[in-house]
Design a protein around this ligand. Structure first.
Ligand SMILES: [Zn+2]
Length: 247
């Protein structure tokens, strides 16, 4: 090999290695941004370590009237409080719905203002996403909103910093619904097969899964009762952290 050829070969090799390292770093950050129980900055909870037989049902997105009207009577019938993570933009479009959830005894959390992917933005954008929805939650009557759930569960550093600075904590989940499942029994069984004391369950009753949840939610609530698991709000669940039943 001539010297020039060897140098060219070396340059290509370095470029390929650099590209692989870059791709691995981007992939690593992408995976890191979606970890449910770990985040680089601030407090995050994906479940609560407790032997008390309690779980938190959480409902993301909206509010929209058809979702609220579907879910409220089912929860009321089963005496089950829940936590709703609401989007600021939807609260503005549908004033009064958040207050109805509160009046029915449920808890409200902050699910950003725009529900965009909140990665790679300026700090001011994160502050606005958290702050605008915080203000709307307070107008609707949630006196001390402090639970934040990132859209798509994605966050790295900037968003968690804004969440922490606004005196919020991040709430993720350890039990997820079966996306795309249309059979209510199978949708319910998928969740009931995963829940255990301290679980935080994620469901989407406002849009995509509204139909199936309208039939699956009663099955889920009956199934929890059969297992002796009591639904509570996320805040109630968090207050059990580290407490055992014999205390
Ligand atoms: Zn969402």
């Amino acid at each position: 090999m001539t010297r020039a050829r060897a140098q060219r070969f070396m340059r290509v090799r370095i470029a390929v290695i650099a590209a692989v390292i870059m791709l691995a770093a981007v992939y690593g950050l992408w995976r890191l941004s979606a970890l449910p129980c770990f985040q680089l900055v601030g407090e995050v909870h994906c479940r609560v370590e407790t032997d008390q037989p309690m779980v938190a049902l959480t409902f993301d997105d909206g509010p929209v009237a058809p979702g609220v009207e579907m879910v409220l009577p089912i929860l009321a019938e089963h005496g089950a409080p829940a936590t709703f993570f609401l989007v600021g933009q939807a609260m503005e479009r549908n004033p009064g719905l958040a207050r109805r959830l509160l009046d029915a005894g449920h808890e409200l959390g902050n699910h950003s203002y725009s529900h965009a992917h909140l990665l790679g933005h300026l700090p001011s954008r994160y502050r606005q996403e958290v702050g605008d929805t915080d203000a709307l939650l307070r107008v609707e009557g949630e006196e001390h909103p402090r639970l934040f759930r990132p859209p798509y569960g994605k966050r790295l550093i900037g968003l968690p910093m804004a969440v922490r600075d606004a005196d919020y904590i991040t709430v993720m989940w350890d039990v997820e619904e079966a996306y795309g499942e249309t059979d209510p029994q199978r949708y319910a069984d998928f969740i009931l097969g995963q829940v255990r004391p301290g679980s935080i369950v994620l469901m989407h009753p406002m849009f995509g899964h509204r139909e199936v949840i309208s039939k699956a939610l009663p099955i889920i609530l009956d199934g929890l009762a059969e297992r002796g698991l009591q639904p509570v709000t996320v805040s109630q669940l968090l207050s059990l952290e580290g407490k055992s039943s014999d205390e």
